[in-house]
Design a protein around this ligand. Structure first.
Ligand SMILES: [Zn+2]
Length: 450
């Protein structure tokens, strides 16, 4: 059932708030999300909506508001983050904080990551409040600070200190619901699972000595060998069922030859050959490679203080991302299997993977909504290899979905816009997104349709 509203003014208003939000510079660091929170407070104050602001650091705030439904413990949270990543101004066609429209597209840092969703959520929340939706389930508006720098001054504070503010059953967040054009077909990936994060320091010891006399127990040399192996040798394949299904769907859309490629990419004997050498689209190859295994990426080296002294210790930082189900111990064993014995490991940071939330009524609802809004297209569940606020939110038992619908024309690729130069969203795609998002939210919170 579609939501029967006078859409024009709703979409105009959502677009106007969205462009205003793009004009607020919330580049993280430093964030300054308070400026965006002030903007939202102004609207809530005018509308007589109660809200809570959580201060996480100077200039940094999160904001939450809740409309009560008839049932308890079954709420839906619409969540976004207000911070954006930095820009290289010289590569932009417009002012990245101008919210300008050029050739039917709205430009601005945060246009798809993810002030569009802040605007979607606001539109849904205002409609629910103004028209007095007969809510069966709570509807929560939420916007965090500091997602782009790891959540420590954003969702983590709210989850640890004020969990009651966002207590819910489901959350809609970023990374899903955008058009993926493949072989003349349209897929809409919806995130239902997310890889975990384990940041490690790996250390090796050797004999100290004078730089004039090489010996065979040099920590720098031992570490270099290990790092070289980590760059060359892959961890074993771990194809999560969600990824398996997603790659099958991609193959079906693309045709028999790409489909065979994608199958071989999941075969232990051919995977590396396909993904490291043969696959022409290197961007896609990279994502697929990361989707089907735990990854171990050396990102920093430290050893030695003086050019003529052999140091006794050398260390490397490793950014590791785990498939749901891998424990930290299993991951370290995978590393040891590659580099051999003699290394010690120190944990820097850990974020849990999010297992699949695929077999739920919410998934069905999102799938139905997308497929009704773009007839002929298909919604497909997928696993995200990076991390989002979902890592924190999930600690509260909330099931999260990447659902930030945007209709994109062929040739405009979501993955290139994301954190890219000239981040933008088609005006039509944004307005389509507002309506799609609102229909999904309404379908869940007002199941009777009234
Ligand atoms: Zn984001």
């Amino acid at each position: 059932m579609t939501l029967d509203l006078d859409w024009q003014p709703i979409l105009d208003e959502a677009q106007s708030h969205f462009q205003d939000l793009l004009r607020i510079d919330t580049t993280n660091p430093p964030g300054n999300e308070k400026l965006a929170v002030d903007y939202l407070r102004g609207i809530f104050d005018r509308e007589g909506i109660d809200y809570t602001v959580v201060d996480t650091a100077p200039g940094r705030q999160c904001i939450t508001a809740r409309l009560r439904g008839r049932q308890r413990d079954s709420g839906l949270m619409m969540t976004s983050h207000l911070d954006v990543v930095p820009v290289d101004r010289e590569h932009w066609r417009t002012d990245p904080f101008g919210g300008e429209i050029l050739d039917g597209e709205i430009y601005g840092r945060g246009a798809i990551d993810m002030k569009n969703v802040t605007a979607y959520s606001l539109a849904a929340f205002l409609a629910a409040k103004r028209s007095g939706w007969a809510l069966e389930h709570d509807l929560v508006f939420n916007a965090f600070a500091d997602e782009e720098a790891g959540c420590a001054q954003g969702s983590r504070v709210v989850v640890e200190k004020h969990p009651e503010l966002i207590a819910c059953k489901y959350a809609l967040n970023e990374l899903g619901g955008f058009t993926l054009h493949l072989g003349g077909q349209r897929l809409y990936p919806i995130q239902v699972a997310e890889k975990g994060l384990v940041w490690l320091k790996m250390r090796v010891e050797g004999d100290p000595g004078h730089g004039s006399m090489p010996h065979h127990n040099n920590a720098v040399v031992k570490l270099a060998r290990a790092v070289e192996r980590l760059g060359r040798v892959s961890t074993p394949l771990k194809v999560h069922p969600i990824v398996d299904g997603f790659l099958d769907e991609m193959g079906k859309a693309l045709g028999p030859v790409p489909s065979l490629f994608l199958k071989l990419a999941r075969h232990p004997l051919f995977s590396d050959l396909i993904l490291k050498k043969l696959m022409p689209d290197k961007d896609k190859a990279k994502v697929i490679y990361a989707s089907i295994r735990d990854t171990v990426n050396p990102t920093g080296l430290a050893a030695g203080k003086k050019v003529n002294v052999i140091p006794s210790v050398a260390e490397v930082t490793l950014d590791c991302r785990t498939v749901p189900g891998t424990t930290r111990e299993q991951l370290i064993q995978e590393i040891v299997d590659i580099v051999g014995p003699g290394f010690t490991f120190e944990l820097i940071e850990e974020g849990m993977a999010i297992p699949s939330a695929f077999d739920t009524p919410m998934w069905k609802l999102l799938e139905r909504t997308i497929e009704a809004r773009d007839p002929g297209a298909r919604a497909v569940p997928y696993l995200v290899v990076g991390f989002t606020d979902d890592t924190e939110i999930s600690k509260l038992g909330i099931r999260t979905y990447g659902f930030s619908p945007v209709k994109l024309p062929p040739g405009l690729e979501f993955s290139r816009l994301y954190h890219g130069h000239n981040e933008r969203i088609p005006v039509d795609g944004f307005r389509w997104g507002v309506q799609t998002f609102m229909e999904a939210v309404h379908r869940y919170c007002v199941p009777s349709g009234g």
